[in-house]
Design a protein. Structure first.
Length: 289
């Protein structure tokens, strides 16, 4: 009996296997994984931060501290979003999301091999690293005139802007991740008889997966940040076009609506990538225990 009570106390302290108060002796225990509780707590804290910003926004709009009547209230902006979803705004969200996902994916796919090249081959690093650092410092919006000249004003031109933004972010993150792999793992594989290709595929590639996923998250954020620049190229649809058209007519609530929707889309995609990352690199957590 003391052993059973001690076991129950340990389970209750761990947050798993604890039974409800008053449950019969043979009743199954309610398991509440600790990671779920942590996720709920973090979500509640994040929501608190958003509510704080909305409250501050409401106070500033009502008091006229910023811009007089030029700052709409959160209610006005959310009304624009709600009514606009049935009047074409939902289509703009889908179009922009498709552009970002497709062209950022192309940029990531092109950037990963280059990052491997720079991280694994010292000569390639010496030759290409200065060029990468030069081009990644150029803002995508500065390239819009050249993109229009060389690629026209179609969908390809907008995609080039997004791909450019994602490519160099991916190269830098993957390169730094591979360059940071500890030599002991490479030496251990070589001691076991692995050749250079086997070391690359069985050591470097698995260890680079977390960095590739991080590159995807960062590139996705940069893609959404570059969306307005991409849709400067004669776009008639998409959230960037919504913001530009609303700004031309001083429709400030609609400008805020477009900005908020870009942020929400980026937040949801980042959350999806984080969930995928947690599953794909679960082996790394087990290895650190």
């Amino acid at each position: 009996m003391p052993e059973v009570l001690a076991s129950d106390r340990r389970a209750a302290a761990a947050g798993v296997g604890a039974k409800e108060p008053g449950a019969p002796p043979g009743a199954p225990s309610r398991r509440v994984p600790r990671r779920w509780l942590a996720a709920l707590r973090n979500a509640a804290l994040g929501l608190t931060g958003f509510l704080g910003v909305v409250l501050l926004w409401q106070v500033m709009a009502v008091t006229g501290v910023v811009g007089g009547d030029l700052l709409p209230t959160p209610g006005q902006v959310f009304e624009v979003i709600w009514t606009g979803l049935g009047n074409g705004l939902a289509d703009d969200i889908l179009i922009s999301s498709r552009r970002v996902v497709v062209w950022v994916s192309v940029g990531i796919a092109a950037g990963v091999p280059v990052g491997f090249l720079l991280g694994w081959f010292p000569i390639a690093r010496a030759v290409l690293n200065p060029l990468v650092n030069f081009f990644r410092a150029l803002p995508p919006i500065a390239l819009v005139p050249l993109v229009i000249v060389y690629f026209g004003i179609g969908e390809l031109a907008r995609g080039i802007i997004l791909m450019y933004a994602a490519f160099f972010a991916t190269v830098v993150i993957v390169f730094e991740g591979i360059a940071g792999i500890e030599d002991k793992y490479v030496r251990a594989a070589q001691t076991l008889g692995a050749n250079r290709i086997e070391v690359l595929t069985r050591v470097v590639l698995p260890f680079s997966v977390p960095h590739i996923l991080t590159a995807a998250r960062v590139s996705l954020g940069i893609g959404w940040a570059s969306l307005v620049a991409a849709e400067l190229v004669a776009a008639q649809d998409g959230l960037g076009a919504v913001i530009q058209n609303a700004g031309n007519f001083l429709d400030i609530p609609r400008v805020y609506a477009g900005i908020i929707l870009i942020g929400l889309c980026a937040l949801l995609m980042d959350a999806a990538l984080r969930l995928a990352s947690a599953r794909l690199v679960r082996w790394q957590d087990r290895g650190n225990r």
